[in-house]
Design a protein. Sequence first.
Length: 342
Amino acid sequence: MTNATETEPHITHEPAPTARGPQVPSPAGDQAGVVLSAPEKPGWGHDMLRAMFIGLSSSKSLRAFAEKSTMGQAMSHRFVAGETVADGVRVTKELNARGIAVTIDNLGENVTNLEEARESSNLYHQMIDEIVKDGLNCNVSLKLTHMGMDVDEMLARELVSGLVDHAARVDSFVRVDMEGSPYTQKTLDLVHDLHARPGHQGRVGTVIQAYLFRSEKDVQELLAKGIRIRLCKGAYKEPPDIAFRDKADVDKTGIYHGIATHDERIIEATKAFATREKIDRDSFEFQMLYGIRRDLQEKLVKDGWRMRVYVPFGTEWYPYFMRRLAERPANAIFIAKNLLRK
């Protein structure tokens, strides 16, 4: 996701085939979401920085240093609510008070043992209970590797199923996030399976990464089953034989079901399309990341549009933070300037 000062993306003004997909119940106010943004200005310098930040996101030594250092934590606070459930709930309440819905995520991935996977699952059960107790306009997002997919696939499926059961009982929703391409099919298989179980319809959804060549087919299959989608560009480094390399190509996919972006031109085009086609404002929402374009988030709410903000928290914030810098390296300069002002 990017700021509105970047180059204008290609925007199709014709209705996409998936724009009016199957309607499903909408617990906790969640709608299917599309994450699109303007392409970065092309050039080898940008590509080099993006590759550098993605590479750094997997550095164990730098991660260990950054997550424990005062400077690292100060930098992360722009995009991360804090380290505890209480921090996530606090920020959610603040956003809800301004009319903004939330999806909350405990940052973490690739746990290495069964105990860590169970601890992660227990934390998500706690999060769901806190959401219900405080009456928050919020749902949860999780990663399969945080639930132990790399350690014991059957356990991961069992843990996620338990969380969807919990969400269904309390009229909530679980979003299964997408990770790198080695996990794409496993994630989709699990979500299709969970959604087909009695009582789970409309209680579980997933994320599709638009830069993968396979994504349009995946979107069609999910919509045919009424499974809600967040379509994002993708923040992982993928080989050119399975993914678009040019972000401008991703913008041309034209798959819209809802839309979340920080680019005002895309937002204005979406609003105009919704008005022209008489699409109910309650049938989709804009989505943004915590810490980015807060002024625009509030303006959209004031103007009567739905808005949801992705709020991450946790001690394992480093990979997420580095992927945000990879999506738009200029964010690194922005954060450095803000730190210097303090």
